[in-house]
Design a binder for this molecule. Structure first.
Ligand code: FAD
Ligand code: NAP
Ligand code: SF4
Length: 674
């Protein structure tokens, strides 16, 4: 162990007997959308190469099905024929060339398969999938086990150092282990011993097929977070059995995809589930891996130093920053581009069948096309506005060798992220601002704070980029000038403290965020895992079936009405993987969410509205306008008049459906092209 580094446990090699991992960081499996077609493998290899070069110890690929019925979706990645295995050589060689070890994840979707050929232990449709699976016959069960062993052999031939057998998150193996989905009465169902037999046989046969010098990771569902999930004695018995069957490492699986308790979004506290991995560690001798919301080296180091796990799994944090481990080793953790757990460019993309990327790092999965190459002709560039768009544009352009001056009218960088970071559950947004502060220093951008730019100041630059963001949209409503009516910035900046009863006009991303801000008094439960678990109904001791207990939400600080003019439930346009969490959180706080609202006016009594023909008065003290935004372009015309044609990015370009993902992506692409 190197006592010189701030992270001695994290950077300590792990000897597995037949092979050695250079440190304790496992890159957790993530489906990126590059796994499904051999034509994408050069890109996949470039993506893997950057993470291996950034010093990750062990990489686990996205999931590959062991056979056709196990496909996650039609024509998804599969590993059952030599011609399917061959292109993987590119990927395994990319990892090995930079000293990393790499395992292929074997994932049989079972009833989560999005196609009509799906199979499962019992004929039970998943609540998140329209397809009903066929119940496997006993012979069919044997065939699935053979397929796993065969796929593992294919992986070995493709140069993988091992496989991860995906036994959690509600996929096929998990469907066998839990009474919720296994209603069989043959040798593969019934009591816990028989339900886990499928998992144990797979591990045993994979080990038999691939020999002793092959890593077999078993991803074990430590908390199912669904009713009729397993209780701790059953989980511990499964851990011991897969260890005896030949598992080299046991990784932590947290929550089924159909669970209604969030497990990875930004409001989940950092390392929220680490204590269940510590419980596992007490049951087995093989190294165990902690996972979920471990996004900074100090969090990882603390887990390892306290003996709660032997390795940590990071997935999205390595999309956000492929150099994460190297920066930790060099004692430069403050330079890490931290994953903010927003899911906007990674998981939400995958659910839309789009290639994954990262909101804070648009190069993720675009390593071969979005290049920040050094320029041969350094130019003087002015960027106006230090919100996410301006920060990304300025730093990429400066990294490429341009002389960049960044003008910011206020006295701090970050633009609207300075409001976002105040929302309970969005504390991670502070990290993006910290990262950009160090990036500005490292790339040599000249930062001019408290300097609103004007055409005079922008003369003499070769290029001018307007990243001036947005102005909140005003609403035209009788009584809109009443003292009760305020803007969301008034509230989030602390200029106005709303009363006890508040109506929000507009239920987009910002309306939802402001509602969360208003119902929470004091420190956010996202910073305290015990309070957070009580809010959501997670057993803090991880003993009960599925680790579920009755939820005990803290009382709301205010009574809030969240309103929109469109019909339907507010929140349906929020992100696929995070929108339901926001809706559930506000519902638990008693927030009234109304669609089809017509705003009639504001007066001393409150807000008068009509909903489906019925008029009513909401007796509120404060009305907060969260009705979207307009581009802020007051500089455009004066610049054009002065003969300067600026580039427009972020909110200054298009405010409709703007988010930081689009702002940072557009800005980085412009800077790469300047
Ligand atoms: P801005 O962030 O608006 O930055 C513009 C900057 O330009 C400001 O700093 C301003 O002071 C400066 N400026 C303006 N005029 C001048 C001038 N003449 N001279 C110098 N400086 C000037 N997005 C997401 O993707 N995910 C989220 O979860 C999310 N949550 C949010 C929560 C809240 C509460 C809010 C308010 C926003 C949230 N957003 C979120 C939206 C996201 O913050 C914006 O999309 C993003 O900030 C837009 O970036 P931008 O750089 O275009 O503009
Ligand atoms: P938005 O998502 O466009 O929502 C604006 C809301 O205001 C809608 O509910 C709209 O619904 C209503 N509205 C629009 N014009 C109105 C008018 N004239 N009068 C009354 N109501 C009106 O915008 P936003 O909430 O300001 O968010 C801005 C961007 O930030 C979003 O695009 C979002 O992506 C991003 N953001 C994302 C997150 C996230 O968690 N991912 C969080 C915050 C913000 P009706 O027209 O039906 O009334
Ligand atoms: Fe993390 Fe958001 Fe990037 Fe996904 S898109 S890796 S959640 S920062």
């Amino acid at each position: 162990m190197d006592p010189q580094t701030p992270y001695p446990h994290l950077l300590q090699p792990l000897d597995l007997g037949f092979t050695r991992l250079r440190n304790r960081v496992l890159m957790g499996s993530m489906h990126t959308g590059l796994e499904d077609r051999a034509a994408d493998f050069p890109r996949l290899a470039a993506y893997v190469a950057e993470r291996a070069e950034g010093e990750v110890g062990l990489i686990v690929t996205g999931g590959f099905a062991p056979n056709l019925v196990g496909w996650l979706k039609p024509f998804g990645g599969k590993l059952s024929w030599p011609w399917e295995a061959r292109p993987h050589r590119l990927v395994t060689e990319a990892a090995h060339a930079h000293g990393a070890r790499i395992c292929a994840q074997l994932l049989h979707a079972g009833r989560y398969a999005y196609h009509p050929l799906s199979v499962a232990p019992s004929k039970l449709k998943a609540p998140i999938n329209p397809f009903t699976p066929r119940a496997l016959s006993a012979r069919g069960v044997e065939r699935q086990i053979d397929a796993y062993a065969h796929a593992a052999r294919m992986a070995r031939e493709a140069g993988y150092d091992g496989v991860e057998v995906m036994g959690s998150e509600g996929y096929l193996i998990n469907q066998f282990t839990a009474a919720r989905t296994n209603h069989r009465s043959d040798a593969w169902g019934g009591d816990a011993q028989r339900r886990m037999r499928f998992a144990v046989e797979i591990v045993r046969r994979v080990r038999e097929a691939c020999g002793q010098d092959f890593i077999v990771i078993y991803r074990l569902s430590l908390v199912d977070l669904v009713e009729q999930g397993n209780a701790w004695p059953e989980i511990a018995a499964q851990a011991r059995a897969v260890q005896a069957a030949g598992a080299t490492l046991i990784n932590s699986g947290i929550g089924w995809h159909e669970a209604r308790i969030p497990t990875i979004v930004s409001s989940v506290p950092r390392a929220a589930f680490v204590d269940v991995t510590a419980k596992l560690k007490a049951e087995v001798e093989v190294p165990v891996i902690a996972t979920n919301r471990i996004n900074m080296p100090q969090v990882a180091e603390q887990i390892l130093a306290s003996g709660k796990a032997d390795m940590v799994s990071l997935a999205r944090p390595l999309l956000a920053d492929p150099q994460w481990v190297r920066k930790a080793r060099l004692g430069r953790a403050e330079r890490i581009n931290t994953c903010i757990a927003c899911n906007q460019a990674c998981l939400d993309h995958v659910f839309q069948n789009k290639r994954a990327s990262c909101l804070v790092n648009p190069r993720a999965c675009a390593e071969t096309e979005l290049l920040y190459a050094r320029t041969r002709t350094s130019r003087r560039i002015a960027v106006v506005g230090a919100g996410p768009a301006g920060l990304a544009c300025a730093t990429v352009a400066a990294e490429r060798g341009h002389a960049v001056t960044l003008f910011e009218g206020s006295d701090e960088i970050g633009g609207q992220f300075n409001y976002a970071k105040r929302i309970p559950g969005k504390e991670e947004f502070h990290e993006t601002l910290r990262y950009f502060r160090t990036r500005l220093e490292d790339t040599g951008v000249t930062l001019r704070l408290s300097t609103p730019a004007d055409p005079m100041a922008l003369r003499g630059f070769d290029e001018v980029v307007l990243a001036t963001g947005i102005t909140p949209r005003a609403v035209d409503l009788p009584g809109a000038d009443h003292a009760k009516v305020v803007g969301y910035i008034d509230v989030l900046s602390g200029r106005v403290v709303p009363g006890k009863r508040v109506a929000l006009i507009g239920a987009g991303g910002i309306g939802f965020d402001v509602a969360e801000f208003l119902v929470q008094e004091g420190a956010s439960p996202s910073l305290d895992r015990h309070r957070w678990m009580a809010e959501w109904g997670v057993d803090p001791h991880f003993d009960t079936c599925g680790s579920l207990v009755p939820a005990q939400p803290e009382p709301p600080a205010r009574e809030v009405w969240l309103l929109q003019r469109s019909p339907g439930r507010p929140g349906t346009r929020l992100g696929k993987t995070s929108g339901w969490v926001h809706r559930a959180a506000l519902k638990a706080k008693g927030v009234h969410m109304l669609g089809s609202v017509e705003y009639l006016g504001v007066d001393e009594e409150g807000l008068h509205i009509r909903v489906e023909g019925h008029t009513q008065t909401l007796p509120v003290d404060t009305i907060v306008i969260c009705a979207g935004q307009e581009p802020r372009r007051d500089l455009l015309k004066p610049l054009q008049d002065a003969g300067i044609t600026p580039h427009l990015i972020g909110g200054a370009d298009v405010a409709a459906e703007l988010d930081a993902k689009r702002a940072i992506d557009q800005a980085s692409r412009l800077a790469a092209a300047l």
